[in-house]
Write a protein that binds this ligand. Structure first.
Ligand SMILES: Nc1nc2c(ncn2[C@@H]2O[C@H](COP(=O)(O)OP(=O)(O)OP(=O)(O)O)[C@@H](O)[C@H]2O)c(=O)[nH]1
Ligand SMILES: [Mg+2]
Length: 711
């Protein structure tokens, strides 16, 4: 059994034995995290018809599993993943499922055999032994642009934030048309993890590929002021190198990063759980070894708390109702500008559309209804997505408040323990699971357009302007009505979430109290067993991992995972400096060929120093020494250093203590990270180890920057 799984089992057994029900949510969270590393990561392939999506996936798998062709082919989503045996399953819209032979996939996936998805297929799932090298990545083939986004976008878009990478396939010979840009724009609203895949690279010469790459980069920069990762691809055997590149630079790091982050989260959770279990066991031991009078004093205080518990519960429920009630008013107020903008947009569009609508009243009204329904459904779906954070705000506020309330209770209980037994119960993480409501369906229902003022017998030529005005008014009203409905649907979902959070908080408070009552009931006969438990927990592999260390690693991982561009390095550096209580920092990228270090980011250096640290030859200065010696270098006072490591220029930094460590990708040094304090200070061996650990987290990302781009 692995060390984390083993430790977790031992902790769970101790929690059971001491009846510490309050530890159960944390234990469950650790178990989930333990398995999280094995969960799939979706790599979804989007793009226009015939961009080569299915061909790309077939090539990656190594055989023709998905149908391809010169006419639009893929009609439903297909998910491919590793499985020991070859298997294909069709999932239908009515939730039924059916196993099929692999060779029959085209009957369900292909537009020819399943036109307009008459077979009502939701998705096809395929397991293939060939995908073993990529496990647990899952690849998703999507229908060409148009079908994927025209109808029911919700499922596809809701799922997008969870994808590990959204590959957008664009044919190299016709790169980045307006429609490609529109698709990228749409995707960028839902996930930052977009990668451009320029397919059919064999249709271009090497020189043309360079031109296309420059063009694509320029387009992206112009449109979004940032770059997207771009990969060429071809299924032509002489261009196999593109597959290798994609593998090494995108798929492998995706897997690596996932495991690394999952591992860090697990260590953090286990360390905090171990610490908490130890605390309770120590309280139990103190109770067991102390006089009956001490135990009785604690029991009395806990009994008072229990009597107060109903009051505590009522207070939470009143607050919960208040939060839910305020949610609607607040969101309607915040949506007002959007509502007005939408009403304006509708008015403008109606002006242009109206002249093309039928002249007879009944078909005209029908056309108006259809037009408004489509438009409102599209726009409200957009608003629901873009304002999701705003709708969820009351839930976040409730969570913060409940957390503080639980902390206050924790503090009070710890005070009782301290007074009665003289043992400290440290504050611990409060694990409230915030339920994430899904987006409400956008349902623009029947519109009650009664136009009794205007009889169908009255000549339309006379009344057309009046009807247009009337439809305009009615459109505005329908917009307001549906906007309110969207807000109240969200309010209902958020209210359900708040109720659930309140229930969790009540349960945790009660479990906390019960756990302490249990520990206060320990007696002398349990002392040997409690001592044994404490030794076990202290020897647990995670007892010495400081939670705050993992915190900084996690923070850096998530910055690097979610953000792109140069600014991320400065943010990483600021995070590191905050943790080390240091004021200055630098990250350099090594150009191994030229033996030069190029500055990637700095914080806190005085302007005259910037030129000095911009490029550092290997062997010179602290960073240069780190590379030359291939090990960390630390100085306790740069101002008075006489070892020769610090260049005279470095003294101008005003830095006292300094620590710099190599950044390694596998074994090769790819750069350095240095930190410094204004005051004289000697960084400890633990701090050096932590900076090296941080270095491991950032070096794979740093190695993606080409040194040439910095010189
Ligand atoms: N030259 C060349 N042609 C390719 C390559 N990849 C795909 N094609 C051709 O491009 C056409 C479309 O390929 P598909 O894989 O069906 O494209 P798709 O994006 O899945 O298309 P839909 O499912 O209809 O959206 C086919 O005729 C393929 O033979 C490639 O690497 N090189
Ligand atoms: Mg296809």
């Amino acid at each position: 059994m692995s060390a984390p799984a083993d430790s977790l089992d031992r902790i769970a057994a101790i929690a059971d034995e001491l009846k510490l029900a309050n530890l159960q949510p944390q234990i469950a969270a650790c178990r989930n995290q333990l398995h999280a590393g094995n969960h799939g990561i979706d790599v979804a392939v989007f793009g226009r018809f015939k961009a080569g999506k299915s061909s790309f996936l077939n090539h990656l798998v190594g055989r023709d599993v998905l149908p391809i062709g010169v006419v639009p082919l893929t009609a439903v989503i297909t998910r491919l993943r590793f499985g020991l045996g070859e298997q294909a399953r069709v999932l239908f819209l009515d939730s039924a499922a059916k196993e099929i032979p692999l060779a029959e996939i085209h009957l369900y996936v292909g537009e020819n055999e399943n036109p307009d998805n008459r077979k009502k297929v939701a998705a096809v799932e395929v397991e293939l032994p060939e995908l073993k090298p990529f496990a647990p990545l899952r690849f998703v083939d999507t229908p060409g642009l148009g079908s994927a986004f025209a109808h029911n976008t919700e499922a596809a878009l809701n799922w997008l934030p969870n994808v590990g990478a959204a590959l957008v396939a664009v044919s190299s010979d016709a790169p980045l048309s307006e429609r490609d840009l529109a698709l990228l724009d749409e995707l960028r609203r839902h996930t930052p993890k977009i990668v451009l895949l320029l397919t059919k690279a064999d249709l271009l010469t090497e020189a043309q590929r360079a031109e296309v790459l420059a063009f694509v980069r320029e387009q992206c920069r112009r449109k979004w002021q940032t770059e997207l990762p771009v990969f060429f691809y071809s299924n032509w055997p002489p261009l196999e190198k593109f597959k290798t590149e994609l593998n090494e630079q995108l798929l492998a790091p995706l897997l690596h990063h996932r495991n690394e982050t999952a591992g860090q989260i697990l260590r953090h959770k286990l360390a905090s759980l171990t610490g908490r279990t130890l605390d309770y066991t120590r309280v139990a031991l103190a109770a067991a070894t102390q006089a009956e009078s001490a135990r009785a004093a604690l029991r009395e205080k806990l009994a008072e708390e229990r009597q107060q518990f109903d009051l505590f519960r009522e207070e939470l429920q009143v607050l919960s109702r208040q939060w839910s009630a305020q949610a609607l008013d607040q969101s309607l107020l915040k949506l007002k500008p959007q509502q007005e903008a939408l009403q304006e947009q509708i008015a403008t569009e109606l002006q242009t559309q109206f002249s093309q609508w039928p002249s007879r009243l009944p078909p005209l009204l029908q056309t108006w209804r259809d037009w408004l329904q489509t438009l409102l459904a599209r726009e409200l779906t957009g608003i629901s997505h873009s304002e999701k954070a705003m709708f969820l705000e009351p839930l976040q506020r409730a969570e913060q408040h409940l957390r503080r309330t639980l902390q206050a209770l924790q503090h009070r209980l710890a005070g009782h323990v301290q007074t009665a037994l003289g043992v400290t119960l440290r504050p611990h993480d409060i694990a409230l699971e915030v339920p994430e409501p899904s987006m409400p369906p956008i349902d623009i229902g029947y519109m009650d357009a009664a136009f009794s003022l205007i009889s169908p017998l009255i000549p339309m030529s006379v009344f057309r302007p009046a009807i247009r005005r009337s439809l305009l008014r009615k459109s505005r009203w329908e917009t307001g009505k549906n906007m309110s409905r969207l807000a109240s649907d969200w309010r209902d979902r958020v209210a359900k979430g708040i109720n659930e959070l309140t229930r969790q908080a009540e349960q945790q408070a009660l479990d906390e109290l019960t756990a302490l009552e249990q520990t206060a009931a320990q007696t002398q006969s349990n002392v040997p067993r409690l001592r044994q438990m404490i030794t076990d927990l202290e020897n647990c592999a995670f007892a010495d991992t400081m939670p705050e260390v993992n915190e900084v690693l996690l923070q850096i991982s998530s910055l690097l995972k979610d953000e792109r561009g140069d600014a991320v390095w400065e943010r990483v550096l600021r995070g590191v400096l905050k943790h080390f209580h240091s004021e200055t920092g630098t990250i350099h990228r090594l150009d191994a060929e030229k033996q030069l270090l190029h500055l990637v980011a700095q914080v806190g250096l005085p302007p005259p120093m910037l030129e000095v640290v911009k490029t550092i030859p290997v062997g010179k200065g602290i960073a240069g020494q780190v590379v030359a010696q291939n090990k960390p270098v630390t100085l306790c006072n740069l101002q008075t250093d006489t070892s020769g490591v610090a260049k005279p220029g470095a003294k101008q930094t005003g830095v006292g203590g300094a620590l710099c460590v190599p950044l390694r990708d596998s074994d090769a040094i790819v750069g350095t990270i240095g930190i410094g304090t204004i005051r004289p200070y000697e960084y400890t061996p633990d701090e050096t180890r932590l900076l090296e650990e941080i270095g491991r987290t950032i070096s794979t990302h740093l190695s993606k920057i080409t040194p040439a781009a910095l010189s």
